[in-house]
Design a protein around this ligand. Sequence first.
Ligand code: AHR
Length: 348
Amino acid sequence: MKKSVFFALIISFAILLSGCGSYSSGQNTDMDVQDEDKDLIVIGFSQVGAESDWRKANTESMLSTFTREKGYDLIYEDAQQKQQNQITAIRTFIQREVDYIVLAPVTEDGWDTVLGEAHDAGIPVIIVDRQVAVNDNDLFTCWVGSDFELEGRKACEWLRSYCDAHGIEQNDINIVDIQGTEGSSAQLGRTKGLNDAVRSNGWNLLDVRPGEYTQAKGREATAYLLQLHPDINVVYCENDNEAFGAIEAIEAAGKSVGTNIEAGQIMVLSFDGVSDLAVDYCKNGSISCIGECNPLHGPRVERIIENLEAGIVPEKFEYVDEAILSGDDTITNISLDGVTYSVELLER
Ligand code: AHR
């Protein structure tokens, strides 16, 4: 099945489920466990929310992996972007004596106390997607997710190479950063990737605004920045939903999006590459380059749990391989730290 069709299917399914703040794949959501449920592995999953297409695909990956038919009772809690809701969910999982806790943390900080409680209760905690910054890494069992800084560095290296190939002076790049949720690993990593590239390439970072990974905020932030800085020629959106909003704002301001910044177009860079719309925008040049962020963590977490059940200690940190996507064939590969990454060409 084509990747874009596959993602569209899982997003549709996730949208059906995204109305649920809480969901359990088992029949019992209270403390009374029926005999038939006794053999199920009970997993409490605290999800950030449903802010983006990526997040919906990630939720669906978890829900479709941890099914009752496969021997799991997944208790899913949507934290609606609030860390306090995640802390409450984890405390509820501890009270319910779940077998595993899976946490997709909204931000990196603020987890020491509650993860200490899970640790004291002897419940393994698997961190997924973003990371936690705790004083003692023994408070969680392992983490699996993306190298967000590398994603940012790849997108910036693509831009640097594109400019070189087209004879565009690096110091003619006037870029703005629409950031993701402040303090999340995805925001911290992608922002660092950009800031380092700004310094080393001599780009002009004109401004930075929060976009919170949503289309509405991406649109609002870009509209505001276009008024303030009429000479913007690159918008670095820290996810695709922000990019959708940025494109709307650019077009509403009477400008056009595309790679041809020499002719006055505004280039949009983005991350994820999950939804059909993002893939289509990349194919037609509305988004010039996407740093892929892979949301399909369900099977990865399942493998970790299978290993733990078998007494096998998982890797503490497991980074997922990710591609770099463009509809423009100027740059076929980029190199960072001696590693070459080929650019996946999305053809129309
Ligand atoms: O943590 C992963 C990021 O969170 C994705 O890039 C973004 O779309 C999501 O909301």
